[in-house]
Design a protein around this ligand. Structure first.
Ligand SMILES: Nc1nc2c(ncn2[C@@H]2O[C@H](COP(=O)(O)OP(=O)(O)OP(=O)(O)O)[C@@H](O)[C@H]2O)c(=O)[nH]1
Ligand SMILES: [Mg+2]
Length: 173
């Protein structure tokens, strides 16, 4: 049984904390604090350091590390990415204004890694969500990078993303 370190990253409000809470077998260790900046109208709390959860998948134990999304906590990204086996970039499919931030994160994490990764086009349950193919196009991602449909509040959907990432880590495909 292998233990794998998986980092879940993505722009502010993408759904990283929900993604990990949806599937974790342990109570998620989270570091959410009240938002006092201009983002306060979007939601009440934001991750300031990390989320930690765990999921057993087939023969592997995935340790899930969620990053903060607000750029002022970006010092945590490199710390969390250390020796990761793979990562998920969550992109809110209804929020194209933050796609540039997602591109920046992909660049940064591939530089720190490098490790296999998938992009999850999340919030597919919401009206106006761009399809994964549209998210791929907007982010100008090459065809070899998987862009998967996702609903972060749906455990089956999250599990499916992690199964595909786990495969990619094991088999490189
Ligand atoms: N409808 C819907 N809502 C979602 C989904 N994923 C997340 N949300 C909501 O989006 C908001 C942000 O979710 P979080 O998990 O806090 O996002 P985050 O990426 O951890 O945010 P930061 O830590 O602040 O960067 C919350 O209100 C969630 O309930 C989804 O797939 N569908
Ligand atoms: Mg969070």
């Amino acid at each position: 049984m292998a233990t794998r370190k998986i980092v879940v990253t993505g722009p502010f409000n993408a759904g990283k904390t929900e993604f990990i809470k949806s599937v974790s077998e342990i109570e998620v260790v989270s570091t959410e604090r009240r938002i006092t900046t201009e983002d306060a109208h979007i939601k009440a709390e934001t991750t300031v350091a990390m989320d930690f959860g765990r999921l057993t998948l087939g023969g592997n134990v995935l340790h899930l590390f969620g990053t903060p999304g607000q750029p002022r906590f970006e010092f945590m990204w490199e710390i969390l990415a250390k020796e990761m086996d793979g990562f998920v970039v969550l992109v809110d499919s209804t929020d194209p204004d933050r796609f540039e931030q997602a591109q920046r994160l992909i660049r940064l994490f591939t530089e720190i890694g490098p490790a296999p990764f998938v992009v999850a086009a999340t919030k597919q349950d919401l009206e106006g969500a761009l399809r994964p193919s549209q998210v791929r196009q907007a982010l100008q991602l090459p065809p070899e990078i998987p862009v998967l449909p996702n609903v972060a509040i749906d455990p089956d959907s999250v599990r499916s993303v992690l199964v595909q990432l786990d495969h990619l880590i094991t088999w490189g495909m």
